[in-house]
Ligand binder design. Structure first.
Ligand code: HH2
Length: 294
């Protein structure tokens, strides 16, 4: 893949809206914060904290009060070594939370790879599907295409969560990732999902070593050549633990730093656990004149 423009130029050429079912999200004025609601017993940083539907619903309310622009609700942990839960369990975890979240007045995303969960969540009023497997499961493209304006995040992952961190390998991580995301973007648009509905995600920590993650991070803005906004998730991830020596419950400052750096490298949506801290940091970022891309 050839990148003609400099990364700085690209920040000003990528479309800066994201079409989702009920909302057209403006990404020009300031970067947006996607708050994570893991309705799971086993997520790597907050597993079990919001596993009961009542806890997950309360977490939606809390993140919204803290300033989240989007709520991302997931019922499968994709931490290294994990296995997907049975379909019925995933549905039971996410649907009651989505039904609550869609009453709160912000875009609601479902973090899933299963077409059945995508369809049920969109039918329940969700606006976005966030798929770490980039709509590769059979029926996933059709499930999104069937909802004429639902948004979608296509993320890169090498392998599957169960084994992805055992020996990730790339000759050129940035180029390979760009080829993958371009191909998934084409598959999606060929299936009838308009490009305006799609954002892309490099998938930090998903089948990538420390070195892969950092190479990608430094060159992340090159992915803007694909012509779609970038969403990134650095929050509390293992690479931040490797950089700081901190356990997962002490990675908030590193996560906020990573979110700002990701925005500096062209991301317009950051997926985070620590919404209040990230929102505060971005307020300062925006006040310093760094937030708007016009
Ligand atoms: N990371 C995780 C899950 N979903 N989606 C996108 N688009 N980008 C990411 O980087 C991403 C994601 C993993 O984080 P978390 O949800 O906190 O953990 P777990 O998968 O263990 O529930």
């Amino acid at each position: 893949m050839c990148f003609a423009s400099s990364s700085d130029d690209l920040r000003f050429t990528v479309p800066l809206t994201w079409q989702t079912a009920r909302f057209t999200i403006d990404l020009a004025a300031r970067p947006r914060v996607m708050g994570i609601v893991n309705a799971t017993p086993d997520s790597f940083s907050d597993g079990g904290h919001h596993a009961a539907a009542s806890q997950a619903r309360a977490q939606c309310d809390r993140l919204l009060a803290e300033g989240a622009d989007i709520l991302d609700i997931g019922g499968e942990s994709t931490r290294p070594g994990s296995q997907p839960p049975p379909l019925e369990i995933e549905l039971e975890r996410v649907l009651p939370v989505i039904r609550h979240a869609v009453t709160l007045g912000v875009p609601v995303s479902v973090d899933t790879s299963r077409p059945e969960v995508m369809a049920a969540a969109l039918d329940a009023g969700a606006d976005i599907v966030n798929d770490v497997r980039a709509l590769q499961q059979s029926g996933a493209l059709a499930a999104i295409a069937a909802h004429p304006s639902a948004g979608v995040c296509l993320m890169h992952m090498q392998g599957e969560p169960a084994t992805m961190q055992q020996a990730p390998q790339y000759e050129d991580v940035v180029a390979e990732l760009a080829v993958f995301l371009a191909e998934r973007l084409k598959q999606a648009t060929d299936a009838g999902i308009a490009a305006e509905r799609i954002v892309l995600d490099p998938g930090y920590g998903f089948g990538k070593s420390l070195e892969h993650n950092l190479t990608l991070f430094r060159q992340q803005a090159q992915l803007l050549a694909l012509g779609r906004p970038l969403l990134v998730g650095w929050s509390r991830k293992g690479t931040l633990g490797q950089l700081t020596g901190r356990p997962v419950d002490q990675r908030m400052p590193a996560s906020v730093g990573a979110a700002l750096a990701a925005v500096a490298h062209g991301a317009r949506i950051v997926r985070v656990h620590d919404v209040a801290a990230t929102v505060d940091a971005l307020k300062v970022w925006n006040a310093a004149g760094l937030g708007a891309v016009a």
